[in-house]
Structure formats: C-alpha cells, structure tokens
Design a protein. Structure first.
Length: 408
C-alpha cells in the first residue's frame, strides 16, 4: 500500500509543486565547470561523480566515474573512485555490479578493509545478513572500528534481531565520525522502527547538522518532525537536491496540501481501494476541515462501501462548500443510483441540470436515473442534451446508451 501511495504521488508531483534551485544545483554546476576546465584531472572527475550520484543522476555518475578511472592520474585516486563506483551500483540496487566494484577495492593499495565492508553492503541489498557478517568481521580485523563496517554491522545485527548490539554499532560509528551522516541515519531508522520516535528525530537532527545538504538526511528529518512548516522546508530541500527522490516528493505532497491527499484518494478509489481512499480523505480533512474536494472524496468512498446515508450527507456538504462545482451533485446522483436510492438520485440529478444546464455530466447522470426508472423518453432527452453541452462526457458511450433504448 505504501509503495502504491508513494508512486502515485510522485507521478502527480508536477501538478502541484515547483521549487527553486538548490545548493546541490550550484555544486553540480561548479563540479561540471571544474571538469570542463581540466578533463584530464581524475580528482575533478571523482567530485563530479559524487555530486551526480547524490543528485540521483546515477547513469551520468557511472559514466563520469568510469571516464575518470581511465585518466593518467587516476591511480592517485583509485580507492575513492572504486568506492564511488560501488556506491552508484548500490544506489541502483544492483547486487552483482556492486559486489564486483567492491571486490576491485581489494586489489588496490589500502583498499582491503573497505572492500570487505563494501561487499557486506552489497549483500545487504538482498538482506543476506549471513553473507554480510563474515565480510564485516574481515573488515574489522584489518581496520578495527572501520566506520563503513560499523554502519553496515548495525543493519546486519538489526536484521538478526540483536537489537541492543545493532544500536551500539550505529552509536559507535556515529561517535567515531559525527561529521558523517550514514551512522546517524542508520541509528535514526533503527530507533524509529523500535518505537522511539523522539530519539530517532534527534539522530536525524544530527545527520542534518553533519551535512545540511544531504537529501537522505533532509528527507529522514522532514518526514518525522512535528512542525508542518519545518517539514515542508526540509522536504523541499531534499527534492531540490535530488529531483528523482520519489519518497521525499510523496512526503512533501502530504505535508503541504490537502489536494495531494484528495488526489491520492481519488486514484485509490478508482482502483477499488475504498478504505485506503477514505484514509486519504480523512487526512486531507484534518489539514483543512472544510475542504470541498476531500469531502467529495469522503462521500464517494462511503458510497463505494455502501454507507449511502453518510455519503448523501457528505455530497451535500461538499456542494455547500463549493457551489460553483457541480461534481458533488453528479456524484450524488450516480452514487445513489448505484445504491438503490432512485428518489434521492433524481433529486441530485435535477439540482445538477437545473443549476448547471450547460454541464454535460449532469445531463448524462439525469439520463441514467431516468433509464433506471424506466422512463425511456426522459432518458433519451437527457442523454441527447449531454451530447450538446459542455464538460467531460464520453460521447461514444452516451450514443451507445441512446442506441440501447431502441433495442429494448
């Protein structure tokens, strides 16, 4: 359910939000300029690859890092280049390429311990804690306290159910390098999952303090702070830093506008998910209690669940909140018709056609009501009127309805 909701909200992002250029955009421009000035500099290539990966431009990052690895002075930056390549594959959720990149680190001077920690990260893409644990042990044997090994150790112990030990791994890593975000993020996620949200927020705060432009840290904090104003600011910064950050887009939409909840609910309802649609309507109404679109969604969800009396009341309230919008009347007519309330259906349809005589959907609904009641002449007249008026009407479908009258 959560995946469906996030993907739908991401698809709708452009309809509601526009955000300004970010520090990430300026950083990318500077990195590209540095490479343009000296395309033979592996250090410049490495920095551009890092910036591109962080922005979610993974294919571009991969291309640049591979180019940088072929440069004459790449040997001086071999370990960070190989590590960054592995990170790109990890971000792409590609186990085999990530593991291959991690193994390459072992062939480079000074890269052995990092190679094992990196391999553990690759195994954890598929939740293979049993394969990750030996790699962590090898990494820590070579470099006791290695940050990357401690962080991934936290996730391995968490998966294995060793909760106290998992928390300690994250805390040890965070205290050893408080200026890095990975351990703070791991600790925060762990605390959130173990029902310690206030402490989780503290960890996410430290991640943002360590790196105020890290999209992952900004998202983690923004999705969990109680202040909607601060959440909006943090999430906006996260999506400008990584425009492809779907989860942050979804959380931002939920934080800033009841229309997002309503839009999501409408899509869910069309998919037959009435209970989930109702939750979206209720979330929107908690933000704005007199939100007409959310009230309409609530009515439609009640109707879909068969709670027609509650639906009728909500359609009436929705129309009262937005009297220039005939949709609640049309939905009311069709919903009552579907729930065997023909008299109320006709009342809604009459209000729609009388109040909005140029609105085609109202006439189509009126024809549907008349046809259900056996009044062919009234149905034909209403459907014909629907073909000549405004609004989103499936004219071919209406013509088929008219034709069906002649076959009866």
């Amino acid at each position: 359910m959560k995946h469906v909701a996030s993907s739908l909200l991401v698809a709708a992002t452009a309809l509601f939000l526009s955000v300004p250029a970010s520090a990430q955009a300026h950083r990318e421009a500077a990195a590209r300029d540095a490479v343009a000035r000296n395309r033979a500099d592996a250090a410049a290539s490495l920095e551009l690859g890092r910036v591109l990966r962080r922005a979610g431009k993974l294919d571009a990052a991969l291309t640049e890092l591979r180019r940088g690895s072929t440069l004459a002075n790449a040997r001086a930056h071999a370990v960070p280049l190989a590590r960054e390549l592995a990170k790109v594959h990890l971000d792409q959720q590609q186990h085999a390429p990530a593991l291959a990149a991690c193994r390459k680190l072992a062939t480079l001077p000074g890269g052995a311990s990092l190679s094992h920690a990196c391999a553990a990260e690759a195994h954890m893409l598929h939740k293979r804690a049993s394969e990750a644990a030996p790699e962590i042990a090898k990494a820590l044997a070579l470099t006791p306290g290695l940050y990357e090994a401690r962080v991934v150790q936290g996730y391995v112990r968490w998966q294995d159910g060793a909760l106290a030990e998992a928390e300690q791994s994250f805390r040890d890593a965070a205290s050893s390098a408080p200026q890095r975000t990975e351990a703070w993020l791991g600790l925060g996620r762990f605390l959130l999952a173990t029902s310690r949200k206030p402490q989780a927020v503290e960890a996410f705060e430290k991640a943002v303090a360590a790196d105020g432009d890290d999209p992952d840290a900004l998202f983690a904090l923004g999705a969990n702070v109680t202040s909607s104003e601060r959440a909006t600011a943090l999430l906006r910064q996260a999506v400008t830093g990584r425009p492809t950050f779907g989860a942050a887009h979804a959380s931002l939409g939920e934080a800033v506008d009841p229309d997002w909840h309503s839009l999501l609910g409408e899509i869910l309802l069309r998919r037959g998910m009435a209970d989930e649609a109702m939750k979206s309507a209720e979330a929107a109404l908690r933000l704005v209690s007199n939100h007409a679109r959310a009230k309409l969604l609530q009515a439609d969800a009640w109707s879909s669940r068969g709670d027609i009396d509650l639906a009728i009341e909500a359609w009436q309230v929705s129309f009262g909140l937005a009297r220039t919008n005939p949709a609640p009347l049309v939905h009311g007519a069709l919903g009552c018709l579907a729930n065997n309330r023909p008299t109320t259906a006709k009342a809604f349809a009459d209000r729609a056609t009388q109040g909005f005589p140029q609105w085609g959907p109202g006439w189509e609904a009126s024809g549907d009501v008349a046809a259900k009641g056996g009044d062919k002449a009234a149905a034909r007249s209403a459907w014909q009127r629907a073909l000549t008026t405004d609004g989103p009407v499936d004219r071919e479908a209406v013509r088929r309805k008219i034709a069906s009258l002649d076959r009866k």
